[in-house]
Design a protein around this ligand. Structure first.
Ligand code: 5GP
Length: 191
C-alpha cells in the first residue's frame, strides 16, 4: 500500500506522518525522502527531511527520468525518486508520503489499486494562520501570506481524497490516521 497524506502547510501532516512512522503498526511503514530545490528551514537537515539539491541538479533528474513525479510548489521544485519507490514496492513494503495535490493524483494514476489518499484539514483558516506564523519565525510575512493563499486553494480539493482527517487535536488525529492505515493493512488490499 502507498499512503499519501496531503494538506496545507500548517495542517500538521508532517507530524502525523512522523507519528505513524513511530507507531506499532501491523506492517512498519517506509518513508523515502524527496528531492527539493528549496533551501532547508532552520530545523531541517539534508538526508533527514529532504535531499536538498540545486534547481540545476533537479532539472537534470527530470531529464534523466529519475523522478516518478514532481511538482513546483511556490518557489521550490519537489520530486519523488523513482528507484527508491520501485525498490520498496518490490520488497513488499508499505509506504507513507506527504505530497501536494498534484503528487497525490499522480500516485493515484500510476498505482490506482495500491494508493490510499488522506487529506488533513486544519480546524479553521484562523488556526492555520497561527500555526504557519508561529512555526516560521524565520519566514517572511510575504512567504506566510503565499502559503496561506495556497492553503485556501488546496482545501478545495479535500473532497477528491479517500479520507479526510480534521487535525484539531494531534493525539486524536494520529489515532484516526493509524486506524485508517490499520484497516487497509489488515485487509491486505484496498477494498
Ligand atoms: P514544504 O516546503 O512545506 O516542505 O512542502 C511543500 C509541499 O510539497 C507540501 O505539500 C509537501 O507535501 C509537498 N511535497 C514534498 N515532497 C514532494 C514530492 O516529492 N512531490 C510532490 N508532488 N510534493 C511534495
Amino acid at each position: 500500500m502507498i499512503f499519501i497524506v496531503s494538506g496545507p502547510s500548517g495542517s500538521g501532516k508532517t507530524t502525523l506522518v512522523d507519528n505513524a512512522l513511530k507507531a506499532g503498526l501491523p506492517k512498519k511503514l517506509a518513508r523515502p525522502l524527496s528531492f527539493t530545490s528549496r533551501p532547508p528551514r532552520h530545523n531541517e537537515q539534508d538526508g533527514a527531511d529532504y535531499l536538498f539539491i540545486s534547481e540545476e541538479e533537479f532539472r537534470g533528474k527530470i531529464k534523466k527520468g529519475e523522478l516518478l513525479e514532481w511538482t513546483k510548489f511556490l518557489d521550490g521544485l519537489y520530486g519523488t525518486p523513482r528507484k527508491e519507490i520501485d525498490d520498496l514496492i518490490h520488497m513488499g513494503r508499505d509506504i507513507i508520503l506527504c505530497r501536494d495535490i498534484k503528487g497525490a493524483s499522480s500516485f493515484k494514476r500510476q498505482y490506482p489499486a495500491a494508493t490510499v489518499t488522506i487529506f488533513i484539514v486544519p480546524p479553521s483558516i484562523g488556526e492555520l494562520e497561527n500555526r504557519i506564523t508561529k512555526r516560521s519565525h524565520k519566514t517572511t510575512r510575504p512567504e506566510v501570506l503565499k502559503r496561506l493563499k495556497e492553503a485556501r486553494r488546496e482545501l478545495k480539493f479535500s473532497g477528491r481524497y479517500d479520507h479526510v482527517i480534521e487535525n484539531a487535536n494531534i493525539d486524536l488525529a494520529t489515532r484516526q490516521l493509524l486506524d485508517i492505515i490499520k484497516s487497509y493493512q489488515s485487509r491486505g488490499k484496498k477494498g
